[in-house]
Design a protein around this ligand. Sequence first.
Ligand code: XMP
Length: 333
Amino acid sequence: DWSMSSFCDQEIARIRKLVGDRAQVIGAVSGGVDSTVGAALLKEAIGSRFHAVLVDNGVMRLNECQQVKETLAEHLGISLTVVDASQRFLDGLKGVVDSEKKRKFIGNTFIDIFEEEALKIEKRAENTPNAGKVEWFLQGTLYPDVIESISFKGPSATIKTHHNVGGLPQRMMDGQGLKLIEPLRELFKDEVRDLGRQLGIHEDLVMRHPFPGPGIAIRILGDVTPERVKIARQADHIFISMIREAGLYNEISQAYAGLDTNKAVGVMGDKRQEGYIVILRAVKTTDFMTAEAYPFSMDFLMDVSRRIVNEVDGIALVTYNTTSKPPSTIELQ
Ligand code: XMP
């Protein structure tokens, strides 16, 4: 694509000029499209003076951390630090059932860890030939986020705190005097995907569904225990793999398996046994403000249920959430 290739070249030149030839840039990566494309662009522009940080918050999906590591560090050659903070997050989540409290705790802890890491990166850079201060913070803000944060003051802005795009880096910028670098702020999602292809990012990643920062924690109603995270993770992995195998992944905007608060009674052989309740969710949407449940065939849903109860210990039943947004939301909490 000619226009994307010239955008790419221009943006790389602009970043080089902006950052200069000493300063360092840091950015958080999650394995999602936006943060990966942003990171790949920065790497093209300033090489190892860009540092990506992946924080394992204990509520990522099955093998996700490992996959991000492979893609970014090995495939794209990005300088990456992985911080395994899963224990710290899971400890702090103990007993937290309110979804906004989950979001707040995960968001704040994330920034604490990221700040600690930024200082370490600067220290490490001190002893290298191109030592420079960490002056910039990469954010994968897209055009729709910019518009939303400027003009969107409607009622649903306050339903969930994630619409607060400016909130997260503000504390970092005030605290450490970091300047914001937002190479995607003029692009729509489809253009970011094109830019990703241009930068050699694999098609599977380019087409990935969005995944919320608080991860599985807001897909588990009630208490987020290590056991419940493990079960939700395994069920989710089966569901998503089956969606991929059926060739439906790109038809669907977002999908996951979550967990209900309570247990239900099931039978194992001739024994009565309580088990968890899995809630499957798959939606089609263009703007994520409204969404429709994806109309799977009953056969497909029954296959998914069968595999989940057979392969994951501790699950008594599987349900499919058919509710539209509104009144439901895409996530469970
Ligand atoms: P809802 O559940 O509000 O989700 O219908 C709309 C879109 O926003 C994502 N989402 C989040 N993303 N942090 C995020 O980074 C959050 O706390 C959060 N909550 C919801 C959701 O995955 C969907 O794409």
